[in-house]
Every structure is written in C-alpha cells, then in structure tokens.
Write a protein that binds this ligand. Structure first.
Ligand code: NAI
Length: 239
C-alpha cells in the first residue's frame, strides 16, 4: 500500500538518496526529483515504491508542473525535502559572476521555487512538513562566499515560512549537515578533505543516512511542535 508522499530534491545520489532511502524504509512513498533521467531511474529501481521525476529546481515553471503532476498522480504531498545543491568554490576576489549566480540559484532560489509550489497545497489541507537542507558553512567558510550566502538565505527562508505557516499546522525546519560522505565531498582536494575531517569531534565523516534519520524525525508526528529550528548534524563540528 502506498504511504504518505515525500518529495525529495537532489535525490539521485549523496544525501538526497540517503534521505530517500530512510524515508522509504519508514513507509513513505518517495518522489525522487533530480536532473538526470538515467541516474534517477537507477535510484528509483533501488528504492522500493519510489517514483522518479526529472526536474531542474531552478526552473520555476518546471517545478510547478512537477509538483502538480506529483499531487495529481501520486497524492497529497506530506513532506517536502529541499536538498538539491551544488558548490562552485573560489575566493571572493576571483569568483565569477556566473559562479555566484549558479550557486544562489540552485541552493536558495531552488528551495523557494519548490516551497512556492508545494505550500498552497499544504495550506489547503492545513498539514505539512518542510525540511530545508542548509549547511554548517552558512556561518561563513573560506572560498564559499556564494554557497555560504545561499545557505544563510535558506535559514532566513525557513524561519520566515515557519512563522507564516505555523498556525496552519505546517512545520518548516532546516538541517545543517557538517561533513558528509558524498560525491560532493569526495571531489575535494585531499588536503581540504583532511582539514575538514580534523574539525569533527566524533572523528568520523557523516553518512547520508545520519542526515536522513534527522529528516525522518522532523517529518514525523513526534516533531509536530518543532518549527523554525536549525538542526546541526555534524558529529559536533559546530557547537
Ligand atoms: P551531491 O552533489 O552528491 O548531490 C546533489 C544532488 O543535487 C545531485 O544529485 C544533483 O544532480 C542534484 N542537483 C543539482 N542541481 C540541481 C538542480 N538544479 N535541480 C535538481 N537537482 C539538482 O551533494 P550532497 O553532498 O549530497 O549534498 C546534498 C545537499 O546537502 C546540498 O544542498 C549540499 O549543499 C548539502 N550539504 C552537503 C554537505 C556534505 O558534506 N556533503 C555538508 C552540508 C550541506
């Protein structure tokens, strides 16, 4: 039997895939949203009951169409997880305008686009859970002016939406992963990777499922009175 619908963006790999797996294990029917059709269908095959949907979160109209299709085909959106993200790291004085625009567009505007289209459905039902993936970097990180600004923006977006939607029984929370083992972090130069590892009091890199289990909690009835919060999932990296 199909469970409640959870839409997860950036779901074909990394943290988004881990979140999707955990939610599917907990009985959700997960709508996997990402850019690449063939990678998505592989993820769809490996996650029981899931549905793949190709969508670019930066495309306002395409996100609207995807949300409508999901609502009409699979059912009411119980949970939206805004996870899609990219980085284009460079020192501020060398950063190209396009590197700024791309990162802010995907990491911040992408989350607005998804919320803008899902929230009217949730408002109508007076029910919903939104979980936005920010980053420990929101507090500032060398080489990440674009990424940190976008991720700090996610926190402002989350807290504003939490205030607007609280009386409608819709919770909105953010998660800040610390350093998680994904293709994004595996692309880092070895010295940068080791420097990040040295900052983790728990002395291990996080897994996508470490993040997924916190998403599952925030999506659950147990977290019904929690909104506007920013939860660090970083093995003590940010205290
Ligand atoms: P990843 O690069 O492994 O996966 C990101 C996914 O997002 C990819 O599947 C990619 O295709 C998808 N994506 C990118 N642009 C998209 C778009 N325009 N529309 C739809 N999908 C798009 O990255 P990872 O590490 O899994 O990161 C996931 C989220 O967690 C990101 O928001 C990232 O900023 C955040 N994060 C990751 C940390 C880490 O240590 N890996 C730490 C803190 C935050």
């Amino acid at each position: 039997m199909a469970g409640p619908i959870a839409i997860v963006t950036g779901a074909q790999r990394g943290i988004g895939y881990g979140i999707s797996r955990v939610l599917a294990d907990r009985g959700y029917t997960v709508v996997l949203c990402d850019l690449d059709e063939s990678a998505l269908s592989e993820a769809e095959r490996s996650i029981p009951g899931s549905h793949a949907m190709t969508v670019d979160v930066t495309d306002f109209e395409a996100v609207g169409a995807a949300v409508r299709t999901s609502e009409e085909t699979f059912g009411p959106t119980a949970v939206l997880v805004n996870n899609a993200g990219i980085n284009r790291d460079r020192m501020l004085h060398k950063m190209a305008e396009s590197e700024w625009d791309t990162v802010v567009n995907v990491n911040l505007k992408g989350q607005f686009n998804c919320m803008r289209h899902v929230v009217p459905y949730m408002r109508g039902r007076k029910k919903g859970r939104i979980i936005n993936i920010s980053s420990a970097s929101w507090q500032g990180n060398v080489g990440q002016a674009n990424y940190a600004a976008a991720k700090a923006g996610v926190i402002g977006l989350t807290k504003t939406a939490a205030r607007e939607l609280a009386r409608l029984n819709i919770t909105v929370n953010a998660i800040c992963p610390g350093f998680i083992d994904t293709p994004m972090t595996r692309q880092m130069p070895p010295e940068a990777f080791s420097a990040m590892m040295a900052k983790i009091p728990m002395e291990r890199i996080g897994t996508p499922e470490d993040v997924g289990r916190v998403v599952a909690f925030l999506a659950s009835d147990d977290a019904g009175y929690v909104t506007g919060e920013v939860v660090n999932v970083g093995g003590g990296m940010v205290l």
